[in-house]
Design a protein. Structure first.
Length: 133
């Protein structure tokens, strides 16, 4: 089951993502599988599907799948922890609105703010360009 998706401001290697997810979910490194196509998904405890998009900020999008998501960790806590461990901001969907261009910017310091992205850039180029809050 998909837990959440996020776009990193700075790209991370597969190993960095695997290590960060293992830390955040308190599991061994081998419990996290990194894939690059959803067709590769198996029954691993945690799978991270990494999609390379365009160049620039927030150009690395990934989705995290968890077979048995922990009830004590909400998406906000997970996102904050990931931003801190990876030392880079990330964008997650803003589930408080139906606006598909509204996101939550999560900083490595733990702060969260609502931002909007350019609709044309996202729809036509799959680029997350922040245009305001």
């Amino acid at each position: 089951m998909i837990l959440f998706g996020a776009a990193l401001e700075k790209k991370a290697s597969d190993e960095q993502l695997r290590d960060a997810l293992a830390i955040v979910f308190s599991v061994v490194h081998d419990a996290v599988k990194i894939i690059h196509s959803i067709t590769e998904i198996k029954d691993d405890l945690i799978t991270c599907c990494v999609y390379e998009q365009s160049e620039g900020a927030f150009s690395q999008y990934f989705e995290v799948y968890h077979v048995d998501p922990p009830s004590n960790l909400g998406i906000s806590k997970i996102a904050i922890s990931l931003a801190m461990v990876l030392a880079t901001p990330l964008l997650i969907a803003n589930d408080e609105t139906a606006n598909p261009y509204s996101f939550i910017l999560v900083s490595p310091t733990g702060s969260m703010s609502v931002v909007n992205v350019d609709p044309d850039e996202l729809d036509e180029n799959e680029r997350y360009i922040i245009v305001g809050g």
